[in-house]
Design a protein around this ligand. Structure first.
Ligand SMILES: Nc1ncnc2c1ncn2[C@@H]1O[C@H](COP(=O)(O)OP(=O)(O)OP(=O)(O)O)[C@@H](O)[C@H]1O
Ligand SMILES: [Mg+2]
Length: 329
């Protein structure tokens, strides 16, 4: 039975998508059948990181244009990819009986995977927590910015409040060395254990490495482009650590039901997202609530920019194709 592992973080931009892609490829090299699931709705980018342009996504399945097995992409890296929804389709319109049918089809196409790695969006939105809390294995990424650590603490707290009782793994992202990675792990795991009674396992560091940027620009996974780099070694060690753990298989039907629920809720108008201004202004210093709100606005801006970049990339697709034809003669 498949292990489903979701990779998430309280704060965005810490290296989740690259983690899912590269650890997934390492696991595939270790003879695991790996399915990557892009669960960062509207901002999915696993395809771009592999230089792929899937023609179809879950949205086309929703519109009844293609069966679900037609949207799965077989990549050059032995991992399969299930491209997510664009977030632009109103999934609330999907009739209940069709949803159940879709759940069963998704179970069928994912049933032969050993490991399903889910790349999620960051944050502690209600639908995200509801989805995560049905899983049994979650990996959180953190870098050493204080906000990254505190947002992850809030995420662990939200999971605890939602009744999550599965495994929590942590990886330290963009750290200079192993010692800093472990220190960062302790910064988060110690208060989580003491104040929330939540135990976290250390998955290891993902060292800061400029070659990741080169690989991203060239749209080739870094473990393939620079297999002997420090960062590739980090991803390989994490993949081995994952394999050495006893898997916590979950009920796939429940997983896909919750996944579609998350897609449905995330496709609701974005204006419903709450940004709280409910705070007392103290005499000195920036109030933490204001800082949090400013962070939320900046995060929203970053995600909007990413979405725009992705739209431009998609719109330029046909043009790129013509240019390649022209160059190739
Ligand atoms: N180990 C690393 N070394 C150097 N740069 C890194 C590392 N990890 C991530 N980055 C940088 O951070 C950027 C964001 O990485 P990635 O897209 O994997 O993060 P993410 O957590 O998925 O972001 P989002 O929350 O927006 O989905 C990369 O484009 C890269 O520039
Ligand atoms: Mg991402």
């Amino acid at each position: 039975m498949a292990r489903v592992i979701a990779v998430t973080s309280g704060k965005g931009g810490i290296g989740k998508s690259n983690f899912v892609l590269n650890v997934g490829i390492c696991l595939a090299k270790m003879d695991q059948r790996v399915l990557l699931l892009d669960g960062d709705l509207g901002l999915s980018n696993l395809d771009i990181l592999m230089g792929l342009m899937p023609q179809k996504s879950l949205d086309d399945v929703f519109r009844g244009k293609v069966p679900v097995d037609h949207i799965i992409v077989e990549t050059d890296y032995k991992v399969r990819l299930l491209p997510a929804s664009s977030g632009l389709v109103d999934w609330a319109d999907l009739p209940e009986e069709k949803e159940l049918d879709l759940v069963h089809r998704l179970m069928k196409v994912s049933g032969d995977a050993d490991i399903i790695l889910v790349d999620t969006s960051s944050g502690t939105s209600t639908h995200q927590i509801a989805f995560l809390s049905c899983l049994s294995e979650i990996i959180l990424g953190s870098n050493d910015e204080p906000t990254s650590v505190t947002e992850n603490y809030s995420l662990i707290k939200a999971l605890k409040n939602a009744g999550y009782s599965g495994r929590v793994g942590l990886f330290s992202s963009m750290v200079p060395d192993y010692v800093s990675g472990h220190t960062l792990f302790k910064q988060l795991s110690t208060p989580a254990q003491r104040f929330l009674d939540m135990q976290a396992d250390y998955m290891g560091p993902v060292c800061s490495d400029q070659r990741l940027q080169t690989a991203i620009t060239e749209q080739v996974p870094v473990v393939v482009r620079f297999p002997t780099s420090d960062i590739a070694k980090c991803y390989r060690v994490i993949a081995s650590t994952l394999l050495s753990q006893t898997g916590q298989p979950i009920n796939l039907e429940r997983f896909w039901i919750r996944f579609l629920q998350m897609v449905r809720e995330a496709s609701l108008p974005k204006a419903r997202r709450e940004v709280s201004f409910d705070f007392e202004v103290p005499k000195e210093g920036i109030p933490p609530a204001l800082e949090k709100t400013m962070d939320a606005i900046l995060e929203e801006q970053r995600r909007t920019r990413q979405l725009m970049e992705r739209l431009v990339y998609i719109m330029e697709g046909p043009l790129r194709g013509r240019m390649h034809e022209h160059i190739d003669g």
